[in-house]
Design a protein around this ligand. Structure first.
Ligand code: SF4
Length: 392
């Protein structure tokens, strides 16, 4: 273990014992690399057995070091967790059960690529206790999927959603991407309607992000493809804000819609700034005022020689993260509670300055104050990037 962790472990253990954790595990393998992807993932499946051993060893070590903490949300992400064989998934699930107290478990999510699942695998995953599945659908247009380098077509995505329902996943989520070169507003709305029509309980709608170098970015920079304009993208998000609630999927976070009670509990914990432990390359953890990110270099991570980026947050940084994350949620946050917390930390002037700005944004229709609660309006959600900068 990193010597910095050794010194801090008693504090981390106290934080992990104070309330149940979220546990995230990153499976860093994909069949092929999508043209827009910058995640820590590789096509080199020869590394898979070693990576799985490392993931299970880390799960055991952290579980022991933190005193077998309680875990109430589990998330197996990637990469493509559905590339694990049934046996590997079973071994990983057993390792988690052995190292953590899962008695308060409220949700266990698996990410899956529609191009890698079949009935038998889904049945096995469900029988192991995984009860929520998040499928990377992205779009229901085969030409756009090919442009994104996805390994599946739209029919396969719809079939995967159907299979997941048939084997009894209690909640299914689909990702829908906005801003793909060549994607029209009407097609996004049509895809959203089709997905809602499958009965999915949750939809994540996110903007294609090409900040980092990737083949799709290179195509755009070379002028061979063009991204939709900002106004067009804003129109799409606005139209979805109106259409999805009509289809039974209510917005609960900037990018996320759910049927009543089907909000992602694991992701909500990030916006509520509740503690989580992340294992695997590039996985992030947060316990108390410490946050760290594992190395994203997969071979180095497997061999335990990757650099861990460890951060200690001061009181003002922790305080700022509460509205920075909490205002992403449609229910907003209890500003009175934040003010009391700021007073206890002698940070009241900082909190007052934020409050003055958030109150002035109400006049522009971007925030809504109800007593001591504040949230972003629908228009504020569309402009959240700029608004939330005040907390950075
Ligand atoms: S499936 Fe997901 S993680 Fe894998 S390459 Fe595509 S976008 Fe990246």
């Amino acid at each position: 273990m990193n010597p910095d962790f050794q010194a801090w472990l008693p504090v981390g253990r106290e934080a992990a014992q104070a309330e149940p954790l979220g546990l995230y595990l990153h499976v860093p393998f994909c069949v092929d690399r999508c043209t827009y992807c910058s995640f820590a993932t590789t096509r080199d499946r020869s590394l898979q057995p070693q990576a799985l051993r490392r993931l299970m060893a880390d799960a055991a070590t952290w579980g022991a070091d933190l005193g077998r903490p309680a875990v109430d949300t589990l998330y197996l992400g990637g990469g493509t967790p559905s590339l694990l064989t049934s046996e590997e998934l079973e071994a990983l699930t057993a390792a988690i059960r052995g190292a953590y107290d899962l008695s308060p478990l409220a949700e266990a999510t698996l990410e899956a690529n529609p191009g890698t699942v079949d009935l038998a695998w889904l049945q096995r995953a469900r029988s192991l206790g995984w009860d929520r599945i998040s499928l990377g659908v992205q779009a229901l247009d085969d030409a756009l999927l090919a442009r994104l380098g996805r390994i599946h077509g739209s029919a396969q995505a719809l079939e995967a959603l159907d299979l997941a329902a048939r084997v009894g996943f209690r909640r299914r989520s689909a990702d829908l991407m906005v801003g793909i070169p060549g994607q029209s507003l009407s097609k996004v709305l049509e895809d959203a309607r089709t997905l809602a029509g499958t009965g999915v309980e949750h939809l994540s709608v996110y903007l294609l992000d090409l900040d980092k170098a990737c083949p799709l970015r290179a195509e755009i920079d070379a002028g061979r493809l063009a991204l939709p304009g900002e106004d067009e993208v804003a129109d799409v998000f606005e139209a979805l804000q109106e259409e999805l609630p009509r289809l039974g999927l209510a917005p609960y976070e900037i990018s996320n819609y759910a049927r009543p009670g089907a909000e992602s509990r694991h992701n909500t914990r990030y916006w509520e700034r509740r503690p989580y432990l992340g294992l695997g390359p590039s996985a992030a953890s947060q316990l108390g005022n410490r946050r760290w990110t594992e190395s994203g270099i997969i071979p180095a991570w497997i061999e335990g020689r990757g650099e861990v980026d460890l951060q200690e947050l001061d009181a003002a940084e922790v305080l700022a993260e509460i509205p920075l994350l909490g205002l992403r949620l449609h229910r907003g946050l209890d500003w009175g509670g934040l003010r009391s917390r700021a007073e206890g930390l002698e940070l009241r002037p900082l909190c007052d300055a934020w409050e003055a700005k958030l109150r002035s944004l109400q006049k522009e229709g971007l925030t809504v104050w109800t007593g001591n609660r504040v949230c972003l309006s629908a228009r504020g959600m569309l402009m959240s990037n700029g608004i939330l900068q005040m907390f950075v």
